[in-house]
Design a protein around this ligand. Sequence first.
Ligand code: F6P
Length: 549
Amino acid sequence: MNAGKTRLNQTPEWTALGKHREQLGHTHLRELFAADAERGDRYTLQVGDLYLDYSKHLVTDETLALLRELAAATDVAGLRDAMFRGEKINTTEDRAVLHTALRAPRDAVIEVDGENVVPSVHAVLDKMAAFCEKIRSGEWTGHTGKRIKNIVNVGIGGSDLGPAMAYEVLRSYTRRDLTVRFVSNVDGADLHEAVRDLDPAETLFIVASKTFTTIETITNATSARDWLLSNLRVGPDAVAKHFVALSTNAEKVSDFGIDTANMFEFWDWVGGRYSYDSAIGLSLMIAIGPDRFREMLDGFHLVDEHFRTAPAEANAPLLMGLLGVWYGAFFDAQSHAVLPYSHYLSKFTAYLQQLDMESNGKSVDRDGNLVDWQTGPVVWGTPGTNGQHAYYQLIHQGTKVIPADFIGFAKPVPDLLAGLVPQHDLLMANFFAQTQALAFGKTPEEVRAEGVAEELVAHKTFKGNHPTTTILAEELTPSVLGQLIALYEHKVFVQGAVWNIDSFDQWGVELGKVLAKKIEPVLTEGKGGEQLDSSTTTLAGKYRTLRGR
Ligand code: F6P
């Protein structure tokens, strides 16, 4: 049965979950752990280098079985297999969804419209690798003959967040003598701060845009070109040595003035937010080198294979996706926190925000009907220890249900200054302490036993029962990063499949773009304001006055 035909929340599997939720009532994690001494061992999975502990979730064997039945009823596996086969499962854009082909081995065969795409994927990877070696060795020089020392990626959304995040994550693997920066915001301050201390003669701009029409990117790239040419006091022929493009749109790249020989291609079956392991990762590849980049791709592929082949009981992305469905539907959880205990993962959650929220922030199903169940959560979070001194108060004692993922590593990065290595145990002690506190809390009796004055007992009580997943790996390597990202990609996939939404379009970003185009002349020339609503007209007028127009 396909839940696209029977409304999801009218399926027997959904109803069974609802009943089960009622029976579970206020069952506490303390009780679930007390009832099963093996729970902390049993509710775990090992996927590649990732150890996943889901024991601190508000689930029993029955919950998990019912969730798997929901996955079967909504044919998650069928859609997954269609995705891997290259079928056009992004129906509103009539596109295949094949980010998994970006990390497929050379001898794999994956067809789109009858053509095997794997050779093209590897041809681009090889071209990227050759270019990286030229930059890293100094063979590729700027227009004046100086060695390239600065790389500036200009892109936004999926053409920025992935490489910017991964560059931070893998900093200890990067060539420290290269400066790598990322410009995304159309606020000129972003480009200004990125280039103000750079020598243009030593700077390479990578213009990253799938469509090569995104106004923010084209505006910033044009300004970057002006900055370069005017500071070097050279003509447009200098562009060839200082600008390369990452895109699916050769025509627009050429219109911009970039030689298409210096374009690294990808394809319409790669969604923007699923693209950083394509040519969009060129800045990262320059920073970490082609070998490390390929290790990362292997990490992605490992989890792709796990997702494709592991049985439902042991399938980590399936499990993570279903847990999110469970909390959204039956606990009214509105958000999901991702809390890495690694400084290098500082941009990880921001990356996941686009991955998850642009994919599953939808309110109509695949057939265009309004859904009446919760879809994608608000994804948020920052590195955990800093969060502990900011918003963890609300997670511990607030009124909201916030499932959270805790991500940590047994070893610090290899090149950490020796004197800082002991700090890692303190970091990880916090990591383990937080999930323990969130799960089990502190009862009023325990508080009283500490001699706390009665009027403070309620304030110092921790209800606990807050669900968390712990993801632990030995070390944060390129492969582990690939594994983590693929895990979340497929988790998002699972949820979209259950909710019967198209996780691969993003029509919700269009309206604002169109309106901005209409509003710009109102701001600059004072024209067209009468077409706007009274609030926006008044605000535009106020803006013009403040701008002295
Ligand atoms: O914000 C919408 C969006 O289309 C994203 O999906 C995409 O990642 C981003 O804009 C950038 O698009 P492009 O790579 O085409 O410049």
